[in-house]
Design a protein around this ligand. Structure first.
Ligand code: SAH
Ligand code: SF4
Ligand code: F3S
Length: 474
């Protein structure tokens, strides 16, 4: 569903003379700027929306203060992410008052959460669109060009993307495989803003990967909020009585796309992560030995209150199985501290699990109450001071453990896929190990030739840091 509201007086395009730096020309519509907040899903959506804008005749602007169209692709996973959006949008709203030709778009998860109330809060906005509408940006902007303010937040069947995304990298590409999330973790806003699970057809995913390979991409990350759920909304049963479409089957199907050297996937859910999947990852050579499996808490009672649907022991068994099959695998996770009612002892169990399992990286967060989530209404919310202190202690442990994990690379020969220059040192290039450690090394061979993005090279690791490595070409 798309709701449209007549434009407020004075905000209709063309109603006030403008001194915009770049007026829409005959050749195109103007410049655009996209700022992306949040997760890889949002980044992938932004790339597709940029592709749509360029197909419409917009070109990339130099900054957000002069672009003719500004799009914020927003995140609401925690309150601070949401608040950041309002300050960005507020500044643009002010610019719009002196430049009514500016087109202002808020997309993504805050847009979905707030819908029309966002228009009431910021009447300068032209378009508020939820993530399920990303592929419809051109249709929605056509309505804006007719002078409407548009709100597109209805539950929507995501159309196959027929546009060509404008990808930020020319080496590593994201490919959505499942949109939405059917879980109901009691802290999480994602299901209410991303909607029901919608799996793409395996053939469409493979076709997109073939297209990326033809354009020189070398690494693909398959994306889903709960990627292990892939296929459960698609019809079909195998002769053995299994679901016809699972992530494991998909990996087998796409593995031989010529030109793609590395395949990753994220995010995994411990409840659905199967041994069959682990075995497939061990057997398929392009599957990288890195697994991002959030565990959220090291305490069973907290996991139950979060409605995560697994125990700490199950999580331990998954990690053990991965390490049994792929001893060098990197494992990363997400963790929340100070969930409502979390006692000090329960919090310590999260620290203990990190100590015990030794993660390569952990994304950490203090619990933040979110709209339309059960835990936000629970009475036993913890004070800010507890959140700050637990997070500080946790981060120190995460870094220490990451440093320990990095130590194993010292002196080793690692295969690196070169992604580009080190932004902090143009003489260096950077890429990642198969296990996803960022690695820097000099950008020229001994004969003076440059090492180019997309090359797979062997690097002798010298210096190791908690979250990155440095070395020299072997
Ligand atoms: N689908 C993934 C996570 C998506 S959200 C999963 O199931 O694990 C990314 C991370 O944000 C979560 O893993 C969680 O650690 C964090 N997060 C989500 N909601 C949060 C909240 N209300 N407060 C703090 N952190 C939160
Ligand atoms: Fe949120 Fe849970 Fe879905 Fe992850 S699985 S997106 S944490 S509801
Ligand atoms: Fe944020 Fe939405 Fe992703 S809330 S984490 S951008 S799914």
């Amino acid at each position: 569903m798309t709701a449209t509201i007549p434009a407020a007086p004075g905000t209709a395009p063309g109603s006030v003379p403008t001194s915009a730096p770049t007026l829409p020309s005959a050749a195109g519509r103007g410049s655009y700027w996209i700022t992306t907040f949040g997760c890889q899903m949002n980044k992938a959506d932004s790339e597709r929306m940029a592709g749509i804008l360029e197909a419409m005749g917009y070109w990339p602007g130099v900054d957000e203060h002069s672009a003719d169209l500004v799009l914020y692709n927003t995140c609401t996973i925690r309150d601070n992410a949401e608040q950041k959006v309002y300050s960005y949008v507020g500044r643009q709203a002010q610019r719009k008052r002196s430049n009514p030709h500016l087109t202002l778009v808020v997309a993504g998860c805050v847009a979905q959460q707030e819908g029309e109330s966002l228009l009431r809060r910021v009447p300068e906005l032209d378009l508020v669109m939820g993530p399920q509408h990303a592929n419809r940006l051109d249709t929605l902007l056509a309505q804006v060009e007719q002078g409407q303010q548009v709100v597109a937040t209805g539950e929507h069947h995501i159309l196959e993307d027929i546009t060509t995304a404008r990808r930020d990298s020319s080496v590593c590409g994201w490919v959505n495989v499942i949109y939405g999330c059917n879980e109901r973790c009691t802290y999480c806003v994602v299901p209410s803003v991303r909607g029901q699970e919608q799996s793409r057809l395996p053939e469409a995913i493979r076709l997109e990967m073939e297209g990326l390979a033809a354009r020189g991409f070398k690494e693909i990350t398959l994306l889903g909020q709960n990627i292990d759920a892939y296929g459960r909304d698609l019809p079909g049963i195998t002769p053995e009585g299994r679901r016809a479409h699972t992530l494991t089957d998909l990996l087998h199907l796409v593995h031989d796309v010529a030109g793609i050297e590395r395949i990753r996937f994220a995010t995994s859910h411990p409840r659905y992560f199967t041994e069959r999947l682990i075995d497939a990852c061990a057997a398929l050579p392009k599957l990288c030995e890195h697994f991002h499996i959030p565990f959220q808490s090291g305490d069973d009672a907290v996991l139950r209150a979060m409605a995560r649907g697994y125990t700490v022991d199950r999580y331990r068994r998954i990690v053990a199985r991965i390490r049994e099959r792929m001893p060098d695998a990197a494992i990363s996770a997400d963790v929340i501290v100070a969930f409502p009612g979390e006692t000090d002892a329960q919090y310590r169990r999260t620290l203990d699990l990190i100590e015990e399992l030794g993660f390569d990286a952990v994304n950490t967060a203090a619990y933040s109450p979110r709209p339309n989530t059960p835990a936000a209404d629970w009475p036993d919310q913890l004070p800010e001071a507890v959140k700050v202190e637990r997070l500080r202690e946790l981060n120190a442990l995460v870094e220490a453990k990451a440093r320990e994990r990095s130590a194993r690379y010292a002196g080793r020969l690692e295969q690196i896929l070169v992604e580009g220059n080190n932004p902090k040192d143009p003489a260096q290039v950077m890429g990642r190990t198969r296990t996803n450690r960022l690695t820097f090394f000099p950008g020229r061979r001994s004969d003076g030739t440059a090492i180019l993005p997309g090359e797979l090279v062997d690097v002798r690791i010298g210096e190791v840091r908690a979250f990155s490595l440095s070395g020299t070409l072997a």
